[in-house]
Design a protein around this ligand. Structure first.
Ligand code: TRP
Length: 366
């Protein structure tokens, strides 16, 4: 393939991505209806506060702004890196509960929630899309490489290499043009743009034919990466360093008590030299809106104990409405199921239109 995907060095291209993202953010506020947000999670379990502050709050904000939003649950993708599949259905429903509890409202907002395995017409796009990328491009994807490495996989299934193409399907079937995401998703969006571009070039060159697919852009998260309570790595369930949204107030206090801090008693905000303390201060700041420096100043020689108490209180207070709603939704499994089946039906309608369009462009209508 001539114009090979040049995965930009994530760190080098990051500044530029931040700039583009800022412009996009300004325009989203002015023209919400010009966009369609596409975002999603793998159903690997319930969500924790890293998801909440890192992405969920932002989704709620965009939905409230009136941006049409599709939230997909990547139940097929989960098969690429998880052997266990016995809980996919439960996990899918738990994700819906977390979304709704956080303020997503499929009745009042223009939001569709669905599992991507339930949209066959979208999944059909996978076959033509696979012909638009090379094996070399798939195996060079830096995020995929990193995931293989960190999971220590020795026998990598083909789904692992091709899931970024499926992610392009997720984004393009509904002509999504904004993908709120972190740095690690940049290579996938680059691949999505490449697939869209190659499709448009190959199949839409006839006179008078418009492009089928938009070139989506990333909306980078403004929240700093939330570290786990061990303070050394990203918060993640597999690392056992999380605070779950569904935790009780007592459970929250308990895990925070065990959080790692350091030897120094006097609390200061110093992300470079005191990452564990800085992370706890950042979390308080996300709850109260006060700057981490100010919070540190106030705690001062109150030490680690006071730091942890402050976080426990701030977090429990911040999450109280969400948790109340969460408990209520747990008692409404039929409603949760309906959100998903209604969402899937709406997503299919969109997918059917796109598939028709794509078939016509590829000269396959019989
Ligand atoms: N790849 C994402 C993850 O690992 C999940 C995902 C699948 C996704 N399809 C998507 C995210 C489309 C954004 C857009 O978490």
């Amino acid at each position: 393939m001539s114009d090979e995907i040049q995965y930009t060095d994530i760190n080098k291209s990051y500044e530029a991505a931040i700039e583009r993202s800022k412009k996009l953010e300004e325009d989203l506020i002015k023209n919400p209806k010009k966009y369609r947000v596409l975002t999603g999670d793998r159903p690997t379990g319930r969500l924790h506060i890293g998801h909440y502050f890192g992405s969920l709050q932002n989704r709620v904000r965009l939905a409230k702004l009136g941006v049409p939003t599709m939230i997909l649950i990547a139940d097929y993708q989960v098969l690429t890196d998880h052997d266990a599949f016995d809980k996919i259905s439960q996990n899918t429903k738990q994700l819906v509960i977390d979304y709704l509890a956080a303020g997503i409202d499929v009745e009042k907002q223009d939001v569709i929630i669905y599992p991507h395995s339930y949209v066959p017409e979208a999944n059909q796009l996978m076959i033509p899309f696979l012909t638009l990328v090379s094996n070399a491009e798939l195996s060079r994807n830096p995020t995929v490489k990193e995931e293989i490495l960190s999971a220590g996989l020795t026998n990598v299934n083909a789904g692992m290499y091709t899931y970024p193409v499926h992610q392009a399907v997720d984004i393009l079937f509904c002509k999504g043009n904004v993908v709120p995401a972190g740095k690690d998703q940049l290579p996938h969006i680059e691949m999505t743009r490449t697939i869209a571009n190659r499709f448009n070039k190959k199949f839409c060159t006839d006179v008078g034919k418009e492009s089928v697919f938009p070139l989506p852009e990333v909306l980078l998260s403004k929240t700093p990466m939330i570290m786990g309570l061990d303070g050394s790595q990203k918060m993640s369930k597999s690392r056992n360093n999380t605070i779950m949204l569904c935790a009780t107030e007592d459970e929250t206090a308990k895990v925070i008590k065990k959080a790692k801090t350091d030897q120094e008693r006097f609390i200061t905000y110093d992300p470079v030299n005191r990452p564990e303390v800085a992370n706890l201060l950042t979390l308080i700041s996300l709850c109260t809106g006060e700057s981490p420096e100010k919070i540190a100043e106030r705690i001062g020689d109150g030490g680690g104990g006071m730091l942890k108490n402050t976080l426990t209180e701030a977090l429990n207070e911040n999450l109280r409405p969400l948790r109340t709603k969460r408990a209520q939704l747990e008692k409404e499994p039929e409603y949760i199921r309906k959100v998903l089946t209604d969402g899937a039906a709406k997503a299919r309608e969109i997918a059917q239109k796109t598939l028709e369009e794509v078939r016509e462009r590829m000269n396959m209508v019989i």
